[in-house]
Design a protein around this ligand. Structure first.
Ligand code: ADP
Length: 423
């Protein structure tokens, strides 16, 4: 299908978040990990390319996003979405503004909007100031972020040093007046050369108004929530046949493997809950791994009945993690476990596993790489921000869910299976 909307996300979890919200409408959404190396073929109406350029040098981020834009353009997209974090994670140099400006130049666009609001997750914008829950951005924990400490809450002030053209605001009082008022205000700002317009939003209805007012712009920029109304708006405009664009994925057979390399508090609770239910399991001990390698776990895996959805986990409490890191080094312990879980995923696939439940952001990266997966079709949501995805690995069609740290309820591993069974 010709691609209607081409999205570029500045990191992987941001891309899955955006893809999941677009897929809530039931339409097929395809997520590519990095810019595909071959030309577009069998594309979805909504394509999302996940990059890793949030804190890359500006020139690299611009080059990568331009390459993504070119691929999406070849797929047929005429409208584009630049997705960044709902906390506007950026440095004084970029990369939100410079990338937006470069994409605008490529597209010949003379104006775009900036709306990172995500009201369901407590991110709201009022008079250009971004709030995280009840706190202004610069008073939230984001002020101490290791890579992108956010020390100002005002989006216009944050954006200004990042761009060369004028910065303006459509405030909440205007948004509350509806689509026409927002359009008029955007036009008035354009007349004064305001190419970069921050738009206030405090509720989902605001996002619908804003998306409706700016849906014809070649480029929109913002958090994932701003894109959520687009499938319905395109359908209302007659651009998209919602029925024809429906996702057609089917759940693969039951054989399941659960792989957990996350040590977050929630993952610890999820593993404990799953073990309580009596699932067969193998605990990866980093010290034993360093001594004896992967043979024991691979032998154990070969003897498992995958219909019982066995669990292999390195998940441990903070004290055990610290102890292992002290003996092996932080990076070595992490890499060894990631490589082992990736090898387990491949072995499980070769033994017939078709459903993969993976916990941990870095772990997910290692597992997808191991499985040779570079494109994911987005399926039903298991928990907010965590969808099932469908992809091809080693010639087999598989279902894969990638859960980062603290996402999902305590019953996540069981919930994942139920969601797929209900398809
Ligand atoms: P999260 O999404 O919770 O941050 P990640 O997979 O991104 O999870 O990161 C967890 C990191 O900790 C990985 O590099 C993983 O290999 C490592 N790790 C997992 N278990 C242990 C352990 N028992 N000891 C030391 N490091 C571990």
């Amino acid at each position: 299908m010709t691609t209607l909307l081409g999205c570029i996300a500045d990191d992987f979890t941001g891309a899955t978040d955006l893809a999941g919200l677009l897929a809530r409408s039931g339409v097929a959404v395809s997520l590519r990990i990095g810019v595909p190396t071959s030309p577009p073929k069998e594309t979805a109406a909504f394509e999302v390319i996940a990059l890793k350029c949030r804190t890359a040098p500006v020139a690299d981020a611009v080059a990568e996003t331009k390459a993504a834009l070119a691929w999406l353009g070849q797929a047929g997209a005429q409208r584009f979405f630049w997705k960044y974090c709902s906390t506007f994670d950026s440095t004084p140099d970029g990369n939100i503004g410079p990338v937006a400006e470069a994409l605008m130049q490529e597209l010949g666009a003379d104006q775009t909007i900036y709306c990172p609001a995500f009201p369901e997750n407590g991110r709201s914008i009022f008079m250009g100031n971004l709030f995280v829950g009840t706190q202004p951005l610069a008073e939230s924990p984001m002020k101490d972020h290791p890579l992108t400490p956010m020390r100002d809450s005002n989006l216009m002030r944050l954006l200004k040093p990042q761009v060369t053209r004028g910065v303006g605001l459509v405030n909440r009082l205007c948004v509350a007046q509806g689509v026409d008022a927002v359009r008029d205000q955007l036009a008035a700002l354009k007349a004064t050369d305001c190419a970069h317009v921050v738009v206030d939003a405090v509720a989902n209805e605001d996002l619908v108004t804003i998306a409706a007012a700016s849906r014809d712009m070649p480029l929109m920029t913002g958090g994932s929530a701003l894109a959520m109304p687009l499938p319905q708006l395109y359908s209302d405009d007659g651009l998209l046949d919602l029925e024809a664009a429906q996702s057609r994925n089917v759940a693969p057979e039951h054989a399941t493997i659960v792989l957990s390399g996350s040590c977050s508090a929630m993952t610890n609770a999820q593993v404990a809950k799953y073990l309580d239910g009596g699932a067969p399991s193998f605990r990866l001990d980093p010290l034993a791994l360093a001594e004896r390698g992967t043979a024991p776990v691979l032998e154990w895996l070969a003897q498992q009945d995958l219909a019982e959805a066995p669990l292999i986990y390195a998940t441990a409490d903070p004290a055990s993690v610290k102890a292992a890191q002290a003996r092996l080094g932080v990076a070595k312990a992490g890499e060894m476990i990631e490589a082992t879980l990736a090898a387990c995923a491949v072995a499980a696939r070769d033994a017939g596993a078709r459903r993969f439940i993976v916990a941990g952001g870095e772990t997910s990266g290692a597992v997808t790489q191991g499985l040779g997966v570079d494109a994911l079709d987005i399926g039903p949501e298991i928990a907010p921000g965590v969808p099932w995805t469908f992809c091809t690995s080693g010639g087999a069609r598989i279902a894969l869910t990638l859960k980062s740290g603290n996402f999902g309820a305590e019953t996540f591993f069981g919930d994942a299976t139920s969601v797929l069974d209900a398809m």
